[in-house]
Design a protein around this ligand. Structure first.
Ligand SMILES: [Zn+2]
Length: 176
């Protein structure tokens, strides 16, 4: 039985992907042994196969990067909103916002997770101290608000980090 080159070339991707049946694989191998045109096609397909995987890597890299950017935007926006809420009626949202920042920073910053509590401390302290000085001049209590809130927020971010670390530990155990 002679099989046309068109049929063989349809089968080549399946054979290359390892999803063709044993019979199809045998037919293709027998054909490319005697048909130079299809053999070339078969060899070219092998090199083509590497290109999509590079493309896939690029896509995965782009997705990872956009996720990372999103996480950073959430972190920065959360920090700004959280700190701006200080001394307001909505301040208690920070009991959710700050631990969430800790949790996200665990994912986004990985080994540099300590930057989150450190950053929150600095931002809160600077924001409230500058605000106090601008609103009421450099008084005795000017630094008090800043230190008070930055300590609370740092503890809350730390709580989020601890929860995220525990979850990571539990899931890592499940993965084994
Ligand atoms: Zn052929």
């Amino acid at each position: 039985m002679s099989i046309s080159c068109d049929v063989i070339q349809d089968l080549i991707p399946l054979v290359k992907d390892g999803v063709a049946s044993a019979a199809s694989t045998r037919i293709v191998n027998e054909h490319i042994a005697i048909c130079e045109r299809c053999r070339t096609e078969f060899e070219i397909f092998q090199t083509n196969l590497e290109q999509p995987s590079i493309k896939d890597e690029k896509i995965i890299f782009a997705i990872k990067r956009s996720i990372l950017i999103t996480q950073f935007v959430i972190l920065i926006a959360g920090a700004i909103i959280g700190v701006a809420l200080s001394n307001s009626m909505c301040m208690f949202y920070n009991f959710i916002i700050m631990p969430a920042i800790g949790g996200i920073s665990m994912i986004a910053l990985k080994r540099k997770w300590y930057l989150a509590p450190f950053g929150i401390f600095i931002i809160t302290f600077l924001w409230l101290t500058i605000k106090n000085i601008v609103l009421s001049g450099f008084a005795r209590g000017a630094l008090y608000d800043g230190l008070y809130y930055s300590t609370i927020y740092t503890v809350l971010v730390g709580l989020g980090l601890i929860i995220a670390m525990l979850l990571k530990f539990i899931f890592a155990k499940d993965g084994e």
